[in-house]
Design a protein around this ligand. Structure first.
Ligand SMILES: O=C(O)C(=O)C[C@]1(C(=O)O)C=C[C@@H](O)C=C1
Length: 113
């Protein structure tokens, strides 16, 4: 569903809902649900790779944390986010949370070997 916007204020045009916004809201929320599923799938795929990297680190006795790589990961994500108009704060928070959990998962896996 595409919303229409007032050209001067950029606010959504209210009358295009015929006074009933609940269908529009349900449709938008269903779209959000689908995107959330895709996000979780992508994060799960990222964690499969993270486990494999963890295994290599275990074999070659490398430390779990690689701050140089983390810097690169963050820089790439920030550049991509900027191109897509996404907040720098959100991108930093998101990538830092992902990398924090990646390191915890790798450390746990290595401890369990
Ligand atoms: O690239 C690695 O070495 C990883 O283990 C992946 C990853 C990440 O989540 O992107 C996790 C931990 C490292 O400190 C750096 C990056």
């Amino acid at each position: 569903m595409a919303l229409s916007y007032e050209s001067d204020t950029k606010l959504p045009i209210k009358h295009s809902y015929d006074g009933d916004y609940s269908n529009a809201l349900a449709e938008l929320r269903s779209g959000i649900n689908q995107i959330d599923e895709q996000l979780i799938n992508l994060i799960a795929d990222r964690f499969i790779k993270i486990s494999e990297v963890g295994d290599l680190k275990a074999i070659f006795h490398l430390p779990v944390e690689d701050l140089q790589r983390e810097h690169l990961v963050l820089e790439r994500a920030l550049a991509h986010a900027k191109k897509n108009g996404l907040s720098e704060f959100l991108t930093r928070d998101l990538m830092n949370v992902l990398m924090k959990h990646s390191k915890a998962a790798q450390a746990k896996r290595i401890r369990g070997l």
